[in-house]
Design a protein around this ligand. Structure first.
Ligand code: AMP
Ligand code: MG
Length: 408
């Protein structure tokens, strides 16, 4: 990918930023631990899982009815019943020229190859008459229909969803190796910040990034080390970074203080212990993002404006953190959808508008300022407007639903 090809002022395209972030993230993964299946829900698998048996292990009936050998049905359609097989009970081999009463999930007796559903059977004492003869092999679940013996059922880096756990249980598996939950330290920088509960004073604002980031990280299945607010001095910022290290943080994420203003002390504090690159990403909102490390622990400096935090956390921090957690698939699927609005003036950065899906098309919130959070509450996703793109109603853009971005 050519860096900044169509972007002015050395702006880094979002895709390039993402490639770099993901490569950086994968350089080191957390340790692994073995947990029970129930404790493994939504964790990231650290090993490939192979099937030590077939599922189902034996051919069985998909219906309540009768089991028989298709070739043995006489022209009359009537067969003597020779045994009754319920689920959980081993059958005897089927006597030639007879049928077995069988129930859903019961093992097909040797010699039977077909099941007729009971709705198509007439039972007369110890005989059954087939009103219709189903095709050979009907209503039989063959061994290995779900999982073939020896096949790879899940791979390292997959999230263990509810059905994935069910699948593992169907193989008789009791424990799995998963990556230890990533511990992410968050710092909110800014002398202007108050915590909710503190009395308001002039020149202050309440810290909205802290609960927002905490909720996002929890939603992604990560552990949060909350370092609270950090004053705008190098000493306070360095002390916060040290607390993150002491607490065993795997990653540090800060908000604010990463522009290059006199009051932005993150740079000096991080540089005192490691390295920090300032990325000007061709992204709106959220151009300035800093990426580096402190004593070997990755550091991501998000902008301060809450809307910029929201968008950069979803677009950049999420893939980084999930990749660092060991997850393989970290980029959200985008859905092409038509817009229900016009945009005349194309921008020089890729813009992520907070929009709502409607039957008429995507509608943007009227207040797209990077300082305003209300649009993110109102919207149900982001519309991706490429740099240089103007829009007319019915034009199609990529839509990234929040429900995807809020999940790991
Ligand atoms: P900064 O990057 O530190 O200059 O911050 C940019 C803008 O975001 C300023 O208006 C800050 O007051 C605001 N801001 C920074 N951190 C927070 C926060 N935790 N909660 C709400 N607003 C913030
Ligand atoms: Mg600040």
């Amino acid at each position: 990918m050519s860096e900044g090809a169509s972007y002015p002022k050395g702006l880094l395209p979002v895709e390039v930023a993402l490639e770099r972030l993901i490569a950086l993230a994968r350089a080191r993964l957390p340790a692994t631990e073995v947990v029970s299946l129930t404790a493994a829900a939504e964790r990231v698998l650290a090993e490939d899982m192979r099937a030590g048996m077939a599922v189902p292990p034996e051919a069985n009936s998909a219906m309540d009815g009768i089991a028989f050998c298709h070739a043995d049905v006489p022209a009359s359609g009537t067969l003597p019943l020779s045994q009754r097989i319920a689920a959980g009970h081993a059958p005897a081999p089927l006597q030639r020229g007879t049928a077995a009463r069988i129930f859903t999930g019961a093992i097909l007796p040797a010699g039977a190859d077909t099941v007729a559903m009971q709705e198509n059977c007439e039972f007369n004492g110890d005989h059954v008459h087939l009103r219709q003869v189903p095709g050979l092999g009907a209503n039989v679940r063959p061994a290995g229909q779900d999982i073939a013996l020896g096949s790879t059922v899940l791979t390292r880096g997959q999230r263990l969803s509810a059905p994935a756990l069910g699948l593992l249980a169907s193989l008789g598996i009791t424990t799995v190796s998963v990556y230890r939950r990533l511990r992410v330290a968050i710092l909110s920088t800014g002398d202007e910040l108050l915590e909710p509960g503190e009395p308001w004073r002039s020149a202050a604002i309440y810290n909205s990034n802290r609960p927002m980031l905490t909720a996002l990280l929890h939603g992604w299945g990560l552990e949060v080390i909350d370092l609270g607010r950090v004053a705008d001095t190098q000493a306070a910022t360095e002390a916060a970074l040290q607390r993150a290290l002491d607490a065993g943080a795997d990653v540090m994420v800060s908000s604010g203080g990463v522009s290059v203003g006199d009051e932005d002390h993150v740079k000096a504090a991080v540089l005192a212990r490691g390295r920090l690159d300032f990325w000007k990403i061709a992204l709106k909102p959220g151009k300035p993002v800093a990426v580096g490390e402190v004593s070997g622990v990755p550091f991501i400096g998000l902008p301060g404006n809450p809307q910029s935090v929201w968008v950069t956390a979803l677009l950049l921090a999420r893939p980084f953190l999930l990749a660092r957690q060991g997850q393989q698939e970290v980029l959200p699927a985008a859905f092409p959808l038509p817009v229900a609005f016009s945009r005349e003036k194309p921008g020089d950065r890729c813009e992520y508008l907070r929009v709502r899906r409607t039957h008429a098309g995507l509608l943007p919130h009227s207040q797209q300022s990077s300082g305003a959070l209300a649009s993110a509450v109102w919207a149900d996703g982001l519309a991706v407007v490429a740099a240089g793109q103007s829009l007319r109603p019915a034009d199609v853009v990529d839509f990234l639903p929040f429900c995807t971005l809020l999940a790991p």
